[in-house]
Design a protein around this ligand. Structure first.
Ligand code: ACK
Length: 686
């Protein structure tokens, strides 16, 4: 029999990442070593993104169908860690591989897992049980995949599933009260991180204590006593408020001390002072799927409140200034400085926050407008919407405290990290923004100023929509320009019908979302470059649209064009955008088809004259002006000696000329595009 040898390495391995699962597929080796018993082995390494050092993955990773002896040319790895770099080595082996003293033959694939929702809570223990209440405690999920923001506890009386109660808690304990004595209740718990909710735990069943006949009547007595006492105190508080009026604002009089008796948290606890049964828990009751008690579902315009202060306190929690440590100034807002700092609430670990302050000497209107943003933000609860921690209104300076987003605003962040992300990472950012916008549009809230500068991004690259307000937002935005009708509008981001007759709807937000997609895919490029607002309005009205950013997947550019349909009813809805992006993320090969580089440029030339009479007299002058003078000689030697000739340059030409650095390619192509746009006063005709 002829001698046989180990196989060569498998070929063309591709990966598909779905949250914390990775699917690998490859082609069999070119050389099977003259044997028919080839199988595959997967080695998994977890790599540190800073040091580049890798270590074996350990036992928590599951391989489907298995790790060794794979006969098929694909495998799925599940239960990986979120946001982690992995290297998978796929090795082909046969019956003589063991005998081989030489190096292993494998193909390796590097992937970064995405964010994932937390795994289900697996252990729930009962605590104190009375005839009307059940206390529970539980352990954090095995794989939280991020910081747990809160838990949702759903419970209902056994066999009465259609009528259930939901409690939200930031702690791992709750007490469900108001239950029937001697009855079985079913509990399910799920955790939420920035990635959303995980799955519900399995059902846990616990029973309240039975009522003892003799104690039934007596048991009512303390309740009545307590009710009467609380009733008297509340009555006193109300009368106190009515009598004392503005005096309370100055912290004097008996009303404030009475308030302290009724709500000890006001004076004795460092934390929220909203009059709730428990500041950590929010309860919503559902019956047959409908909300019975107040659950925020649709957005309420704070302007509908006669007293805007009432709106703020309805939707935002009051924080005591002593709980906040301001660390440094990170920016300037319309109303005052924006700072980073830390918030320490009672019973909770200190955590980083952003603090917007209202500068001294403000007018009443400025205060109202400033706090208006908190009244809006406080109504939202979504992983892709900036989360409001609370407000400080009882002392000065007046502050709005929100979660801290380490990477700041998205446009600046992308400009700083030009070309640094994979397409999947960029699509992940867009997916987050679309998901936040879907939530807002479901709530009936129209943003009106959706732009990359108004998106914040955290250290996990989670994007969140921020900057809420009504007219204020636009007053505040340096991009907003006055229209002929007197309104102030960020022209480049705004749909034509909103510019022309102020028709702001979720469909006009979709248009702006298309512009944000363009900003993201071009790493923070300014939409329509240096064209004037008037030229932008004219070009868009005439049917021109922004050309595709460089190296942009065709599917994404098509989605942008869909968002820029003139007829607003033909634009996709945010839920459709989210599902489309999800599909692309699940099937990354669909992102491999890029917008053809040459068509991208020639699109611009359609109907329009080429560059030639532009501002530059020679190729050398132009390249020098964009700091690419080093390529002058190569251009001249290859026949690009006039600006007319340069106008025809495509990305492929640049590569052929030896301009291989992506940054340089971008600079040259963008400059060409800019010149053409300035000349033709238009973009891609639809
Ligand atoms: O790009 P930046 O660093 O991100 O500069 C602006 C600045 O404050 C003025 O708005 C930053 N900023 C605003 N809100 C937050 C936040 N929640 N977390 C972190 N940075 C923020 C923004």
């Amino acid at each position: 029999m002829a001698c046989t040898r180990p196989p060569s390495a498998p070929r063309s391995a591709i990966s598909n990442v779905n949250e914390t699962s990775v699917f690998l597929e490859w082609i069999p080796p070119a050389d099977t070593g003259g044997r028919k018993d080839v199988s595959y082995y997967i080695a998994c390494k977890k790599c540190n993104s800073h040091s580049g050092l890798c270590e074996a993955c350990g036992g928590h990773v599951r391989y489907l169908p298995q790790q060794t002896g794979l006969k098929n040319t694909s495998v799925m790895m599940v239960d990986l860690l979120a946001h982690t770099n992995y290297t998978f080595e796929i090795e082909a082996v046969n019956g003589v591989s063991d005998q081989n003293p030489g190096a292993r033959q494998f193909v390796s694939v590097n992937v970064t897992t995405n964010q994932a929702a937390p795994s289900p809570v697996s252990s729930v223990k009962k605590g104190k049980i009375t005839k009307n209440s059940i206390s529970l405690s539980w352990q954090e999920p095995d794989r939280p995949n991020g910081i747990i923001l809160e838990y949702e506890i759903k419970y209902f009386e056994k066999d009465q599933e259609t009528s259930y109660t939901i409690i939200k808690s930031k702690e791992t304990t709750i007490t469900a009260d108001g239950l029937k004595p001697g009855s079985a209740y079913v509990f399910q718990i799920r955790a939420r991180t920035a990635a959303g909710y995980g799955g519900f735990s399995r059902r846990f069943e616990f029973e309240t204590s039975p009522v003892l006949a003799a104690s039934r009547d007596q048991s009512q007595i303390p309740i009545i006593v307590v009710s009467v006492t609380v009733g008297v105190i509340l009555l006193a508080v109300v009368i106190g408020f009515l009598l004392s009026g503005s005096c309370c604002d100055h912290g004097c009089g008996w009303a404030s001390s009475l308030r302290a008796v009724a709500y000890p948290s006001l004076t004795w606890r460092c934390g929220y002072s909203k009059a709730k049964q428990d500041p950590e828990e929010e309860k919503m009751h559902f019956h047959n799927g409908h909300i019975k008690l107040p659950g925020v579902r649709t957005y309420i315009d704070p302007h509908t409140y006669e007293d805007p202060n009432q709106a703020v306190h309805e939707f935002a929690k009051e924080i005591e200034a002593s709980c906040i440590t301001i660390e440094r100034v990170i920016g300037a807002g319309e109303f005052g400085e924006v700072c980073s700092g830390r918030l320490k609430l009672q019973g909770k670990r200190e955590f980083p926050v952003a603090i917007k302050t209202l500068k001294v000497g403000y007018t009443e209107k400025q205060r109202r407008d400033f706090l208006g943003e908190a009244s809006i933000m406080g109504q939202f609860d979504h992983p892709n919407i900036i989360h409001l921690e609370g407000v400080v209104t009882k002392s000065k300076p007046v502050m709005i405290v929100t979660e801290y987003m380490e990477n700041g605003s998205l446009d600046t962040f992308l400009k700083k990290n030009d070309g640094q992300f994979t397409v999947i990472q960029l699509v992940g950012m867009l997916r987050g923004i679309a998901s936040g916008m879907k939530y807002l549009s479901d709530m009936g809230y129209v943003h009106r100023d959706l732009a990359a500068r108004n998106i914040l991004i955290n250290s996990n690259l989670v994007c969140k929509v921020s900057d809420f307000g009504l007219s204020r937002v636009l007053e505040d935005d340096p991009e907003a320009a006055y229209t002929t009708r007197g309104g102030k509008i960020p022209i480049r981001w705004t749909a034509p019908e909103a510019i022309a007759f102020r028709k702001f709807t979720s469909a006009s937000d979709v248009w702006s979302y298309g512009i944000v997609m363009w900003e993201v895919m071009s790493y923070g490029e300014r939409p329509y470059w240096e064209m004037t607002n008037q030229d932008v309005i004219k070009a868009v009205e005439e049917g021109y649209r922004l050309p595709s950013p460089m190296d942009c997947p065709a599917a994404l550019y098509q989605l942008m064009l869909d968002c820029w349909q003139k007829d607003r009813n033909s634009r996709p809805k945010f839920d459709e955008i989210v599902s489309m992006l999800d599909k692309l993320i699940r099937n990354p090969s669909s992102l491999k088809t890029l917008v053809n580089a040459s068509s991208r440029v020639s699109n611009l030339l359609v109907e329009h004259s080429p560059v030639g009479s532009g501002a530059y007299r020679s190729v050398g002058e132009w390249l020098e002006a964009i700091k690419m003078g080093r390529y002058t000689e190569i251009f001249m030697e290859n026949g690009y000696s006039s600006m007319d000739a340069v106008a025809q340059v495509t990305l492929e030409d640049l590569r052929r000329l030896g301009v291989t650095l992506v940054g340089h390619q971008k600079k040259i192509m963008n400059s060409l595009q800019e010149m053409k746009v300035q000349l033709v006063n238009g973009m891609v005709p639809l």
